[in-house]
Ligand binder design. Structure first.
Ligand code: FE2
Length: 298
């Protein structure tokens, strides 16, 4: 059976048929999936109750892993229930119990309910993320995706001209500040030092321009802070209008992969006492979005 894509909305996302994620992916199948990612930005695979090993094999068939630091809060405490190569995006501790409501690791992690692009706070940001649901809560917990190419296209010409040369600084300190999480150690402040990313990117696969937004973006180089924050807020509001968004309702056995170079996403709330076991692998990007020597903020 050949691989088929069924578009989810006119702008973003497709469901994929004709792949069994338990089986090794052939190079020809990988090419088709890359082309599907370029075109739809988010691909959804249903009813794939795979193991961590199969999830990893599928990931590696599509590219090299992002190997830089994982979930900073959990890895620093040793509270980790998955293989090192996975990002644990669940709300579960090492004993598979939901974190207490006031647990610092949970309060840091729910920053992912702000719109963002994965690891935009790294010098070389992520290419794809592949998230698989093992257990889902009784309600809530959707992941929403917004198409940054469509958002760019819908900007007026003055705004396109204004933002074309701009460089932003991204850090997890900025995104957490937005939700009032501000207690960081000196060591964390060093570890989360800002990196620079351009605000307008061109996608290497489809040639499309997109607006590279993320709640991690907190400053624009050369701009006064209030003006920078207001522009970023306006752009984010524009880019996350419902017409650009697909909201994925998770079922166990779903695997969703998205292209961080042309989308933002966010998690949605769910009952905190329930388990939401979702596991992510991440494929590395190829290069910084700005010149290497400029990528680390002064
Ligand atoms: Fe994310």
């Amino acid at each position: 059976m050949s691989i088929q894509f069924r578009p989810i909305t006119p702008i973003i996302g497709a469901e994929v048929d004709g792949v069994d994620l338990r089986e090794p992916l052939t190079p020809a199948q990988a090419d088709i999936i890359h082309a599907g990612m370029d075109r739809y930005a988010v691909l959804v695979f249903h009813n794939e109750p795979i193991t961590n090993e199969q999830h990893m094999a599928f990931t590696l068939a599509l590219g090299a892993l992002e190997t830089t630091q994982k979930n900073a809060m959990r890895s620093s405490t040793g509270d980790y229930r998955l293989p090192e190569s996975f990002n644990d995006v669940s709300n579960l501790d090492r004993n598979n119990k939901p974190y207490a409501r006031d647990d610092r690791k949970r309060l840091f992690a729910i920053g992912n309910r702000l719109w963002h692009s994965d690891s935009s706070f790294k010098v070389i940001p992520a290419k794809y993320s592949l998230l698989r649901a093992v257990r889902t809560p009784s309600r809530g917990g959707n992941t929403e995706f917004a198409h940054m190419g469509a958002a760019y296209d819908a900007l007026d010409e003055d705004t396109k001209t204004l933002i074309e040369p701009l460089i932003c600084e991204h850090s997890q300190l900025f995104s957490r500040d937005l939700i009032g999480f501000r207690e960081f150690t000196d060591e964390e402040r060093v570890r989360f030092a800002p990196v620079r990313q351009r605000l307008v990117r061109t996608h290497p696969g489809n040639g499309r321009k997109s607006v590279y937004l993320s709640s991690h973006a907190g400053t624009i180089v050369g701009w006064q802070l209030p003006e920078a924050r207001l522009l970023l807020r306006d752009l984010t509001e524009h880019a996350t209008q419902r017409e650009f968004v697909y909201s994925h309702k998770w079922r166990p056995g779903d695997l969703v992969m998205w292209d961080n170079r042309q989308t933002m996403h966010r998690g949605r709330p769910f009952p905190p006492e329930e388990a939401r076991d979702v596991r992510r692998t991440t494929i590395a990007g190829h290069a910084p979005t700005v010149e290497q020597q400029e990528a680390v903020a002064a």
